[in-house]
Ligand binder design. Structure first.
Ligand code: KG4
Ligand code: ZN
Length: 356
């Protein structure tokens, strides 16, 4: 089955063609970052308008790259939520129109399920069951994954998402949006050279449970910056030191909670997904943790950690193959708890948590 995937939930237009027999045929991405950078974050109305401009040309580009025509498409997968409502509507309206014209099935994909399944596009995909750490700009969650659509949320952020904290801390330091890669680059410099004199808190790690909180780290960052500014202006060296302390605090917090989730469930596979899973230091720290626990960590290639059409085409293809589809009644869901998704196959319910 050949599925056209469309992702427009935030500020990237992502398109892909996935074949259940041959794998990923082609994909393309247009990032709106240059347009939003002047505003220090995503402007929803501008995002929607740009998705409208870019989606059809990108679909043509992907079809050309895959040497396929629209008539070869057997199904359409589109992100239906969570995300910005206008941006989601841009993608879903185009998807509905195409599904109607091609008379093919349409499936609305949950954006975070797309992220969660993105490592399945890699050469060594994880087997179920596993623990997923979803770390993006809008979500930070630990999920016990028994199969596609069998998600138990073990913990989540009670305030900001990890990526959001990276973006906000970067803004305070005068760095451009999106802040995650910029903080990561500065942290890397500091790690190689002078290190950092600062130690930022590891929020909510001193009490039991798997929830996260990142808004306090933001305040801590602001206080640190303000103290430095009382003595003079913030230098490039100050920025690298703060970036390192901030990144270490976020990564260490995530490491502590991942270890807890694996220990409490007895599972031995960890999937990290979402934009922050592109962070090199996070990957390295979790790889070391997994090695010490005799467990394995899985993640997607960098371009499939952040938003993309391939993960939506893949997730949608699995659901379409299982016979799920929306008809023409597709509704966008700006808020959509992932544990409300239907399981793919009923019998997977019976898999014992320790069966691996
Ligand atoms: O998954 P994503 O592309 O979009 C959402 O679904 O939110 O994630 C975007 C987030 C942004 O907050 C961005 O700063 C963060 O991922 N990010 C990173 C890195 N690359 C992207 N954060 C830390 N280190 C990175 N290398
Ligand atoms: Zn995302």
């Amino acid at each position: 089955m050949i599925v056209l995937g469309i992702e427009t939930s935030c500020d990237e237009t992502g398109i892909a063609l996935y074949d259940s027999d041959e794998g990923l045929l082609a994909h393309a991405l247009f990032s709106q970052v240059d347009m939003h950078v002047d505003y220090g974050g995503v402007v929803p109305e501008l995002a929607s308008r740009d998705h409208i401009r870019k989606t059809l040309p990108l679909i043509n580009e992907v079809l050309d790259a895959a040497r396929r025509n629209l008539s070869d498409v057997d199904g359409i997968a589109v992100t239906a939520g969570p995300g910005l409502v206008g941006a989601l509507l841009a993608g879903t309206c185009i998807a509905q129109g195409l599904a109607y014209a091609l008379n093919c099935p349409l499936i609305g994909v949950h954006h975070m399920e797309g992220h969660l399944l993105a490592p399945m596009l890699e050469e060594n995909p994880p087997e179920f069951p596993f623990i997923a750490l979803l770390v993006s700009g809008g979500h930070t969650q630990l999920v016990k994954v028994m199969g596609i659509g069998q998600y138990e949320i073990l913990g989540e952020s009670v305030d900001d998402a990890a990526g959001e904290a990276f973006d906000k801390a970067a803004k305070m330091m005068g760095l451009d949006y999106p802040g995650g890669p910029r903080i990561a680059a500065l942290a890397e410099q500091a790690r190689k050279h002078e290190g950092t004199p600062y130690r930022f808190p590891r929020p909510m790690t001193d009490r039991p449970g798997l929830d996260f909180s990142f808004s306090g780290l933001k305040t801590f960052t602001l206080n640190t910056i303000q103290k430095i500014e009382q003595m003079g202006s913030l230098t490039e060296q100050d920025r690298t030191k703060i970036a390192l302390a901030f990144e270490e605090a976020v990564v260490d917090t995530l490491r502590i909670k991942c270890k807890r989730a694996l220990t409490s469930t007895g599972l031995s596979r960890l999937v990290i997904a979402g934009g922050v899973s592109a962070n090199k230091h996070l990957r390295k720290v979790l790889e070391n943790l997994m090695a010490s626990m005799g467990a394995e960590v899985f993640y997607a290639r960098n371009e499939f950690c952040t938003d993309n059409g391939a993960m939506i085409a893949y997730a949608g293809c699995q659901r379409l193959l299982a016979g799920q589809s929306e008809g023409q009644a597709l509704q966008v869901r700006p808020r959509w708890p992932m544990d409300e998704l239907p399981p793919l196959r009923k019998e997977l319910h019976d898999v014992h948590p320790h069966a691996q």
